[in-house]
Each structure stands twice: as C-alpha cells, then as structure tokens.
Design a protein around this ligand. Structure first.
Ligand SMILES: [Zn+2]
Length: 100
C-alpha cells in the first residue's frame, strides 16, 4: 500500500518517498525526526566512542566496525564525531541529523 503525502510546493498528492514533486519540482522534506536519542548517542560516543558504539547505535554499522577496528581512528575520529554530535551535525543511517 502506497503512502501519499501532499507536495509542499503545489499541494499535489505525491508518494511519500518522493524526493521532489514530479509536478512542480519542489524539494520535499525528509523525515526530520530520528529514532536515535541524542543524549544516548552523546553518552555512547563519550564512553564507548573508541569502539564506535555511537555509530552502531545510530544504525551506521559499517562506520561502527571501521571505528572498532581503528579504535575510533585512534580517538581522533571519535573526537570529531563527538563534536559533530554536540553540534547536532551527526547523521544517522537514514540521513537524519541527531539533535537534542
Ligand atoms: Zn508540487
């Protein structure tokens, strides 16, 4: 069963997965809420970031494994992720920003 939403630009019914309206071309907003809890991600990154725990938590398994194997890029990668998280600039597996 297809889910229909209304275009933000012209109001035409379009499929919810459409990135842009086929009629007027307006960019459609992606789902803005994420399943990941910001504070949980922050705590995981702070305490277990060196094994990529925050990446596993936010569904980015590939990056999590990479961080696990490199010990979070010897801490540097984890540090960058931590700063991005605090700024609300880290994305989960669906491309949504994880924010407070
Ligand atoms: Zn439209």
């Amino acid at each position: 069963m297809s889910q229909l939403v209304f275009c933000r630009g012209c109001g035409t019914e379009i499929h919810e997965s459409a990135l842009a309206c086929p009629k007027c071309g307006a960019q459609q907003s992606q789902k803005t809420d994420t399943n990941s809890n910001w504070i949980v991600a922050v705590l995981l990154c702070f305490f277990l970031g060196f094994i990529g725990a925050h990446r596993f938590y936010t569904g980015r398994i590939g990056l999590g494994i990479a961080q696990l194997l490199t010990l979070g890029g010897l801490g540097l990668w984890t540090l960058i992720d931590f700063i991005l998280l605090l700024c609300g600039k880290l994305k989960d597996s669906e491309g949504n920003y994880i924010k407070n």
